[in-house]
Write a protein that binds this ligand. Structure first.
Ligand SMILES: NC(=O)c1ccc[n+]([C@@H]2O[C@H](COP(=O)([O-])OP(=O)(O)OC[C@H]3O[C@@H](n4cnc5c(N)ncnc54)[C@H](OP(=O)(O)O)[C@@H]3O)[C@@H](O)[C@H]2O)c1
Length: 153
């Protein structure tokens, strides 16, 4: 596996759950990205705190608003977006995949003892970063899980 080496990353929903986990893991990489844009829909909300080492940048409000539009698409629409972008950007060497994080202990995934998802946020995010670090042209336009297994659309 190669080391994940990226310059800029945009994360939506970065105030909690998988989005927050992703930002924390990216910043903890041996070679962290130069820029991690951590966005959320309510930057003034209780759960949108700026953490140590992070910097609040006002312009992210507008940027974040546009991305939340994408977040609100249905999953089927996001799948189609991946397919279309993978074709449009292939010639520029830009890879596009959809990742399934697994069933994860977040507010959305649930965390009660009787119905506990098997994966922690850390395990899921580490897995997804490992998958991203080893992506190649043959995977562009595919649907992969957090362990890199190809899933049917
Ligand atoms: N957890 C799982 O097992 C699992 C499995 C498969 C896929 N996923 C996908 O992984 C992604 C992250 O999920 P999670 O488990 O981390 O969930 P989570 O802990 O509930 O966090 C959800 C995040 O999405 C934001 N959000 C929710 N509705 C939004 C909207 N309409 N517009 C903009 N932002 C919105 C929330 O912002 P607020 O704090 O402002 O509400 C929060 O930052 C989701 O797309 C989910 O479908 C999760």
């Amino acid at each position: 596996m190669g080391e994940l080496c990226v310059r800029s990353v945009l994360v939506t929903g970065a105030n909690r759950g998988l989005g927050l986990g992703l930002v924390q893991h990216l910043l903890g990489l041996p070679k962290p990205p130069q820029w991690v844009f951590a966005t959320c829909r309510d930057p003034k909300g209780q759960r949108a705190q700026v953490r140590p080492g992070w910097e609040a940048v006002a312009v992210l409000g507008d940027r974040s608003a546009q991305c939340q539009g994408g977040d609100r698409c249905s999953k089927a629409a996001l799948n189609m977006l991946t397919k279309c972008q993978s074709l449009a950007y292939k010639e520029h060497g830009i890879l596009c995949v959809t990742l399934h994080p697994g069933w994860v202990q977040t507010d959305m995934g649930g965390s009660s003892e009787s119905f506990k998802p098997p994966l922690t946020i850390d395990a899921s995010v580490q897995g997804m970063l490992k998958v991203l670090s080893s992506l190649s042209e043959k995977e562009t336009g595919t649907f992969l899980d957090w362990e890199g297994k190809m899933l049917p659309w």
